[in-house]
Design a protein around this ligand. Structure first.
Ligand code: KIV
Length: 272
């Protein structure tokens, strides 16, 4: 890894302000999921700026077909494992399915992820504007998540690209702006056309991290098991096996970090 990208200098823990500064100076933000202390240590020492304890753990760790069975206690357990070795990266944890249906339940469960798990920020799916506002008013940092929403899979009817039609694209842009106005400090965009993701990224002042959203987002996130080629099932089109060209997990992580920083990942082949 070229340490020239570590312009945020030192091993000081990163905050959302560091990520905002990266967006402002057009430095790409790197993010990977982690669910345990060993992977978190490797990812953190690579210089990757954000670690997400995603509820994708329901699929890649627990072996479920969807993320829906994941419980708040599962998220706290895995977040606590990651916290042990995540020294520099900003640590985000997902609020799982049905844990933020009301402002009160959202605040209680977010507080558990922060107090018991050690998360710095919580992520929730959809344009839940009132929930975001309520959490932010309690002092909780929030990351939004729009586009393909795995927790809505039964409503969506499958893992499909979102925002392809003009009306849906317009709604995604409006939702993104409202999530930002509600006080979210970051947004994840999953599986949306690259040009729409570019427009949203340009309109928003907060960092926009893409997964299957083209290379014009402010940063990229992948599920770590997908990018190491060890997930069961078919690799999603937007992911890439970074382990296949090298002989160690450390090198694969560095290659991902460098490819995102240089704008070499994702390519058109990983985008929609
Ligand atoms: O749960 C997860 O890992 C996620 C990423 C795919 C963005 O939400």
């Amino acid at each position: 890894m070229s340490s020239s990208y570590l312009t945020l200098n030192s091993n000081q823990p990163l905050t959302h302000l560091d990520l905002l500064a990266m967006k402002q100076r057009s430095e790409k933000i790197t993010c990977l999921t982690a669910y345990d202390a060993s992977f978190a240590a490797l990812i953190d020492t690579t210089g990757i700026e954000v670690i997400l304890v995603g509820d994708s753990l329901g699929m890649v760790i627990q072996g479920h077909a969807t993320t829906l069975p994941v419980k708040i206690d599962d998220m706290i357990y895995h977040t606590r494992c990651v916290t042990k070795t995540c020294k520099r990266a900003l640590l985000i944890a997902d609020l799982p399915f049905m844990t933020y249906a009301t402002p009160e339940s959202a605040a209680q469960n977010a507080a558990r992820l922060i107090q018991d798990g050690g998360a710095q920020m919580v992520k929730l799916e959809g344009a839940k504007i009132e929930i975001v506002q309520f959490l932010v008013a309690q002092g909780i940092s929030v990351c939004g998540h729009l586009g393909l929403l795995p927790q809505f899979i039964h409503q969506l009817g499958g893992y499909k690209v979102q925002g392809k039609l003009a009306e849906a694209a317009e709604k995604l842009l409006t939702d993104a702006l409202e999530i930002q106005s509600a006080g979210a400090t970051m947004l994840i965009l999953e599986c949306v056309p690259a040009d729409l993701a570019r427009q949203i990224t340009e309109k928003l002042t907060i960092p926009v991290i893409g997964i299957g959203a083209g290379r014009k987002c402010d940063g990229q996130v992948l599920v770590v098991y997908d990018m190491l080629g060890i997930s069961t099932g078919k690799r999603p089109r937007f992911s890439k096996n970074f382990l296949s060209d090298t002989n160690s997990i450390e090198s694969a992580l560095k290659n991902y970090f460098n490819a995102v920083k240089k704008g070499e990942f994702p390519t058109a082949a990983h985008s929609f």
